[in-house]
Write a protein that binds this ligand. Structure first.
Ligand code: PHE
Length: 337
């Protein structure tokens, strides 16, 4: 009798078993005293002596794998799941171990930053990558022809002139303020796009997290306090922060925020360009024109907003010197997180 054809017969017989009684018959057919395996064993003495050992071994392997196949089938029947044993030449062969996956470092950074803000009472809101021209520009006080459109230039969808890939997460301010009533405290992580040439610090696609708060009596002090809690939670309690005056069309006053260099602690090194400071985000008080566009009474309400690049935060935090590493899918890089 040929072991290979018996293996094949076992597989097809087992696949046809659909009940406990069927499994009983299967067991009898192969493992009982007069079963197929016993008959195989009985033929051993009739074989030429040099073949006996090898044949005996093969029968043993078959016997062991039958036991585990029956156990597996029993489980499957018990839970109503039909097991379908893989057909292979060696049914006693061990399975292939599955490697455990992990979250991408950008996802980990998004989760970390989001949870710092949710602990302060912010909620996390999502927005689409494909936006209207209004939400990306006009609603944010960036009128057509205004030079600051250049800074937020983006990709337009062919055939849909007014649709584009958002170049920042700020359009979700417009969406949220239109659809909800203050008080608002919201963070928005997500993907953004810009037609930038790719190099060690630029990509045409990256991630930002937007944050904003709208209520009566929100002041610049609320902005500073929230950002200080964020920066210390991510970079440690020793860092210093500074707010540099800046221009954004959708905030007034506006600022860029620097932290003291985490490498040289402010002395000056190659990472901070000898300045001692690292820029981490843009922010300001929401411009009254933005409130007007979304129908919020700027006499009654005030608010702050900020936006930062996730890759930049992750690069600073983990000492990564090339943004392209995040998206090359090289496991030697990704496995470190
Ligand atoms: N949207 C700005 C950018 O992408 C960041 C920003 C958000 C600035 C909110 C101020 C307020 O650069």
């Amino acid at each position: 009798m040929d072991i290979k054809s018996i293996q094949a017969q076992i597989i097809s017989d087992l696949a046809a078993v659909t009940s406990q009684s069927g499994l009983g018959e299967f067991r009898l057919k192969y493992l009982s005293r007069k079963g197929v395996l016993a008959q195989l064993t009985a033929t051993i003495p009739t074989l030429p002596p040099e073949e006996r050992a090898k044949f005996g071994q093969e029968v043993n392997v078959l016997k062991n794998s039958l036991a585990s196949l029956i156990a597996g089938k029993e489980n499957g029947l018990g839970t109503g799941i039909k097991s379908s044993p893989e057909i292979s030449d060696d049914i006693g062969m061990p399975g292939i171990a599955q490697e455990l996956g992990r979250l991408h470092p950008i996802t980990q950074t998004i989760n970390e930053i989001s949870s710092i803000f949710t602990r302060m009472g912010f909620c996390v809101v999502d927005g689409p990558a494909i936006e209207t021209e209004f939400n990306n520009f006009t609603g944010l006080n960036i009128p057509l022809e205004h030079p600051s459109r250049d800074a937020f230039d983006t990709f337009y969808l062919k055939d849909y002139e007014k649709l584009l890939l958002r170049s920042h997460t700020s359009p979700v301010q417009v969406r949220a303020m239109k659809n909800r009533q203050p008080p608002l405290a919201i963070v928005v992580p997500g993907r953004v796009y810009r037609p930038d040439a790719v190099d060690a610090s630029h990509l045409f696609m990256f991630h930002q997290i937007e944050g904003f708060m709208v209520d009566t009596n929100i002041t610049f002090a609320d902005l500073k306090g929230s950002l200080e809690i964020f920066a210390k939670a991510v970079f440690g309690n020793d860092i210093k922060m500074r707010f540099r005056p800046h221009f954004f069309p959708f905030t007034e006053p506006s600022a860029e925020v620097d932290i003291s260099c985490i490498i040289c602690k402010g002395v000056g090194c190659s990472v901070c360009g000898r300045k001692g400071w690292l820029e981490i985000l843009g922010c300001g008080m929401i411009h009254p024109n933005v409130f007007k566009q979304v129908g919020i009474n700027a006499q009654k309400y005030s608010g702050f907003a900020f936006g930062m690049g996730i890759e930049r935060i992750a690069m600073l935090k983990y000492g990564i010197n090339d943004i392209r590493l995040f998206f090359e899918n090289d496991l030697r890089f990704l496995k470190q997180f």
